[in-house]
Write a protein that binds this ligand. Structure first.
Ligand SMILES: Cc1cc2nc3c(=O)[nH]c(=O)nc-3n(C[C@H](O)[C@H](O)[C@H](O)COP(=O)(O)OP(=O)(O)OC[C@H]3O[C@@H](n4cnc5c(N)ncnc54)[C@H](O)[C@@H]3O)c2cc1C
Length: 319
């Protein structure tokens, strides 16, 4: 049932990462529960202790993860649940559904609320966990309920949370704060009736904007650093950022601006490069390793701190 020695680079949008000791792709909640029962019998205590207590890491589409060159000595579990089902006013969606698939479905059904996600990579599970957002929108605004599995106990437990109990905040949720203790399996969404033409126009505009501004021609994992909340920056410095502040969905200084002003555009290390097109992206231009990327991340943090006295925080997940 588990596949051994699977190259994580094949499951990473970055094309970076060493081998996973075990890998399992689940198609249903039942699949996951059975796999976890087997895993608890198979996994030595040392593996579980060293990796989140369960030894299990949940994978979506791998669009936000930097896998290490040494790989992962545990079980990578991909909950590839492909449900999309309308129940009255609610749409139940499986964690493995790609956001792009969902956006297409909603256009067909004239359902509005996710237009901001045109061109957003990744799965529904990944988006809920990180409260993904763009163009002023966030997934939390359409989530009614999330179903997850608590895998930290000897018996897997199903949890249902309403929106409030998910503790959504900027690029965060209870699932992120719980650090790999839960696998999101399903989300119930609330959408409004939309105008198909208008929705299509907005979605296409957003996709085109990304094509123009983001270095999609190279393997990448999106923005490496969080934009910096204006309220975290010393008041006397605000004036110098006036022309670049944007709402995301609160006033922020784009990390890309700070990296660019620190003179780091186009700098490379091994096969990785700070994108000249969008400096908050570190792209894999030529067989980059995780170590190459980590070196550039360190460099950016050091130089931005030196120039602006601002500590950049990472948005990506490292494993
Ligand atoms: C070109 C590009 C542009 C991007 N633009 C944006 C943007 O505008 N806004 C934005 O918010 N993000 C953006 N991202 C980042 C990324 O697309 C999102 O974070 C996305 O939601 C991640 O989904 P995923 O399925 O790929 O998750 P993964 O990368 O596979 O995983 C990310 C994290 O979520 C966890 N996870 C995944 N699935 C589940 C699950 N079912 N249950 C529990 N935990 C889970 C993983 O364990 C990991 O910790 C961009 C990425 C790229 C490559």
């Amino acid at each position: 049932m588990f596949v051994e020695n699977v190259k994580l680079s094949s499951y990473s949008n970055y094309k970076i990462g060493g081998p996973a000791r075990y890998f399992f792709e689940a198609k249903s909640i039942d699949d996951i529960i059975k796999a976890l029962e087997k895993w608890r019998l198979l996994a030595p205590y040392q593996i579980r202790k060293a990796n989140f207590g369960s030894g299990v890491f949940t994978l979506g589409a791998g669009t936000n993860i930097l896998f290490g060159d040494e790989g992962f000595n545990g079980l990578i579990l991909k909950p590839n649940i492909q449900l999309i089902k309308k129940e009255g006013d609610i749409l139940r969606v499986g964690a493995g559904v790609l956001i792009s698939q969902l956006v297409d479905y909603l256009i067909n059904k004239n359902l509005s609320g996710l237009e901001w996600a045109g061109g957003l990579p990744g799965t529904v599970g990944g988006a809920v966990r990180g409260n993904a957002g763009s163009f002023g929108g966030e997934i939390q605004t359409i989530v009614k309920e999330v179903v997850s599995l608590d895998i930290s106990r000897p018996q897997t437990k199903i949890i249902r949370r309403n929106n409030r109990d998910c503790n959504f905040s900027y690029r965060s949720s209870i699932f992120k704060l719980n650090k790999n203790r839960e696998i999101i399996v399903e989300a119930a969404l609330i959408l409004k009736k939309g105008d198909r033409k208008l929705m299509q126009t907005i979605i296409e505009e957003n996709i085109n904007y990304r094509r123009q501004k983001q270095p999609l021609e190279h393997p990448n994992i999106g923005s490496i650093f969080k934009n910096v909340a204006l309220k975290k920056v010393a008041k006397n410095a605000h004036k110098s950022f006036n022309s670049v502040i944007k709402n995301d969905p609160f006033p922020v200084i784009p990390a890309a601006h700070l990296i660019s002003e620190a003179g780091l555009k186009g700098i490379s290390h091994g096969g990785a490069m700070i994108s000249p097109k969008h400096p908050n992206f570190i792209v894999n231009v030529l067989g980059a390793t995780a170590k190459d990327v980590k070196n550039l991340i360190q460099l950016v943090k050091k130089e931005v701190k030196k120039k602006f006295n601002i500590g950049l925080e990472e948005e990506i997940v490292r494993l």
